[in-house]
Design a protein around this ligand. Structure first.
Ligand code: NAP
Length: 438
């Protein structure tokens, strides 16, 4: 029987400090739940002198991560430095030394998960990565364990706090995208270079991880359709409201039987859906399982303490297994490794959904019939029209929503419409999730 679990932490930044804080301030609570003490043996960071929100004894901090990876006394290596290299090498080296690993590194897992999980499998090593998706929200455990009896019919997620903060402020305060982005940056809700968040790259990493667990598959990031939020204007927010919708950046996975639909884009969702009320920088995940039905998870998707909470839950989970002499109780990728296979993601051209179009048209009779004529010829049937004569930069906005239409037809129709001399600017399209969103 082990007398203590010893951990080494690489990366004493935002999340690393949170983890150290929980492990030291809640050490007694954790001992009661784990059964034996959990000891932070060593911490590695490039900068040992920086002033941090936690006080770490000088003798356990080092600039050399190898002193953790090569230490035979350390049971679990916690990688919280982020990025691809040297994080990937550190994790593979730790696995090679037979250490269990905990990481929050979604970019790394979404990109190099296959090699990392295969190596861990071969080495009979566990990897905890709860914090990589949804921060404090137990998304990974929900897919891997709580919903193990279910075929996951669909997942709709608000997976990026920065985008949700921006869209919520635009919706509630009537401000434009650039103003809110600047504010979000000064409040620490957005990075100085916000590309990763607002272009939905971060969301794609999280959706890729969810897809691989939900469907037992390898996912190529480039196969996930991704559209960011920077084109959303205040007028789209207002039209959405008029139509009974809220705009959210949704990550969507739908099992189409044989293929999975995986896409990320700003989406109009009905006011009365729970996802519509997820405000500020919160995240939410709405699963539909064939046995469970709807399951809704909500919470903080990032931040020092919420993320630390998830990291520590992995450490304690693995610590409990080590204390009981069990290894890898739950398959790393939810499915047994030999069952992992490539499945096809449905090309974006083949999706069928409802659409919102905002045309920038000249203020002249006959505009509506010309536009609706092209839509009709491309098998797109109109559900509603708003035309108010309200001018937007010289053009009159004409808003249409459609019944279910195929993306390929929509693209073809808009190409034709945007070439018409009555259309002054590129048409804005926003997909609508309505009937399928339970
Ligand atoms: P962070 O604040 O930048 O912390 C990373 C720390 O690692 C920094 O102190 C950095 O030092 C250090 N570091 C970099 N290279 C190192 C090396 N070779 N050896 C030792 N230390 C090294 O990042 P974070 O926000 O805590 O994020 C950590 C991980 O958690 C990332 O994978 C991120 O995606 C994930 N995550 C973060 C959040 C969140 O809310 N922040 C939420 C979910 C997941 P320098 O600063 O001197 O470079």
């Amino acid at each position: 029987m082990k007398e203590a679990i010893k951990v080494g932490l690489i990366g004493l930044g935002t999340v690393g400090c949170g983890v150290y804080k929980v492990l030291t301030e809640q050490s007694e609570l954790i001992r009661k739940r784990l059964g034996i003490p959990l000891i932070v043996s060593r911490i590695a960071d490039i900068d040992v002198d920086r002033i941090r929100p936690v006080r770490v004894p000088r003798e356990i901090i080092t600039t050399d991560a190898a002193r953790i990876i090569d230490d035979p006394e350390i049971d679990i290596v916690i990688e919280l430095m982020g990025g691809f290299e040297p994080a990937k090498t550190f994790i593979l080296d730790a696995i090679d030394r037979g250490k269990q690993v905990v990481t929050a590194n979604k970019a790394l897992l979404a990109t190099y998960g296959d090699v990392i999980f295969k190596t861990a499998e071969a080495g009979c090593v566990d990897i905890g990565f709860e914090a990589s998706v949804g921060g404090t929200i137990p998304v990974i455990k929900t897919i891997k364990e709580c919903l193990v009896a279910n075929n996951i019919r669909s997942l709709y997620g608000i997976m990026n706090g920065t985008c949700n903060y921006i869209l919520s402020r635009m919706t509630d305060g009537g401000e434009d995208f650039q103003t809110v982005l600047k504010d979000a940056q000064s409040l620490g809700f957005a990075e100085s270079d916000p590309t990763y968040d607002i272009e939905a790259i971060d969301t794609a990493h999280k959706l890729a991880i969810c897809l691989s667990l939900a469907y037992g598959t390898r996912v190529k990031l480039d196969d996930i359709y991704r559209q960011g939020i920077s084109f959303i204007s205040q007028s789209d927010i207002e039209f959405a409201r008029e139509l009974g919708y809220t705009i959210k950046l949704l990550a969507i996975a739908i099992d189409r039987g044989g293929a999975v639909e995986a896409r990320i884009h700003p989406t109009m969702i009905p006011f009365d859906h729970l996802l519509s009320s997820v405000g500020s920088n919160f995240n939410a995940f709405h699963f539909v399982g064939d046995s469970a039905g709807s399951v809704f998870l909500y919470g903080q998707g990032a931040g020092m303490m919420p993320t630390a909470s998830a990291v520590v839950s992995d450490i304690v989970d693995i610590g409990r297994d080590l204390a009981s002499g069990i290894a890898k109780r739950v398959p790393l990728r939810s499915y047994q490794e030999r069952e992992i296979r490539d499945i096809s993601l449905l090309p974006i051209d083949d999706i069928v959904t409802n659409y919102y179009f905002r045309f920038s048209a000249v203020d002249r009779p006959g505009v509506l019939s010309k536009i609706s004529g092209v839509l009709g010829l491309n098998n797109i049937s109109i559900a509603s029209v708003i035309q108010k004569g309200r001018r937007l930069e010289g053009a009159v906005p004409v808003v249409m929503t459609t019944h279910k239409a195929r993306e390929k037809d929509v693209r073809q129709a808009l190409q034709e419409i945007d070439r018409l001399d009555i259309v002054l600017d590129k048409t804005i399209i926003i997909r609508i999730e309505d009937e399928e969103l339970i």
